[in-house]
Design a protein around this ligand. Structure first.
Ligand code: GSH
Length: 235
């Protein structure tokens, strides 16, 4: 059984979608990031960067030893689960290398740029025109990178739906809501729609939506989420 530490955000959806695609059993452990759950000592032992998603696999493959296996960072979790289940990861080393490229690209580019854009578009108070434009441009640039990649293929790697698509997709799902219509990126728009139609993807995105996972409402919550330092604590 896998314990899945989760809150319904694009980074959380990467793993809720993958778990649903794998049709594997998991136990959901909500990590309310607006309430400060990510700073609880028990969670920090699993995910030292105070970020979800994370998992603990009580029954890892024998090569990992018998004790429960914690994994943090969505890219590491996706690779671990794909290898464990031998799914959504091609067998060919050359294609595995390409999956890794697009997975690391998401973690280092689309995710952080989209995340900062979301911060300045949705949450920052006051006027931050330079920062907002900077991240809008970077997000737009990243969508252009995806558009070029998808020009001659339906999925990011090898004509098959892999974890490279699964980790990138949630950060494209939210494009329109962040004020970035996909008109400039027709191949990305088609890819987004193709993946959105998968029942497991819909189940993954719906997971926990009844928790009202909206932006922090109190000043304390805003400070905890948006003004973090090494000294920030939870509840
Ligand atoms: N690089 C990390 C990013 C995870 C991340 O940023 N998670 C956010 C929610 S989308 C979070 O847990 N935030 C809690 C906080 O900021 O304290 C991953 O891909 O797993």
């Amino acid at each position: 059984m896998i314990d899945f530490y989760y809150w319904p955000t694009p980074n959380g959806w990467k793993i809720s979608i993958l778990l649903e695609e794998l049709e594997t059993n998991y136990r959901l452990v909500p990590v309310d990031i607006n309430a400060g759950d990510q700073f609880c000592a028990k969670f920090l032992k699993i995910s030292p960067n105070n970020r979800m998603p994370a998992i603990v696999d009580a029954t890892p493959p024998a090569a990992y030893g018998e004790s429960p296996l914690p994994v943090f960072e969505s890219g590491a979790i996706a690779r671990y689960l794909a290898h464990k289940h031998e799914s959504f990861m091609p067998a060919e080393p050359r294609l595995q290398k390409e999956v890794d490229e697009w997975l690391f690209w998401q973690i280092g580019n689309l995710g952080p740029m989209g995340g900062q854009m979301s911060h300045f578009v949705n949450y920052a108070r006051g006027d931050h025109a330079y920062a907002e434009q900077r991240y809008r441009n970077e997000y737009h640039r990243c969508l252009g990178v995806l558009e070029r990649r998808l020009t001659s293929r339906n999925y990011l790697v090898g004509e098959r739906y892999t974890i490279a698509d699964i980790v990138n997709w949630p950060w494209v799902l939210i494009a329109k809501a962040m004020g970035q219509p996909l008109d400039d990126f027709p191949r990305v728009a088609d890819w987004r729609q193709r993946i959105k139609e998968r029942p497991a993807v819909q189940r993954g995105v719906d997971l926990g939506k009844e928790w009202q996972p909206n932006a922090p409402k109190t000043e304390t919550a805003r400070r905890r989420l948006f003004h973090q330092t090494a000294g920030t604590t939870g509840h």
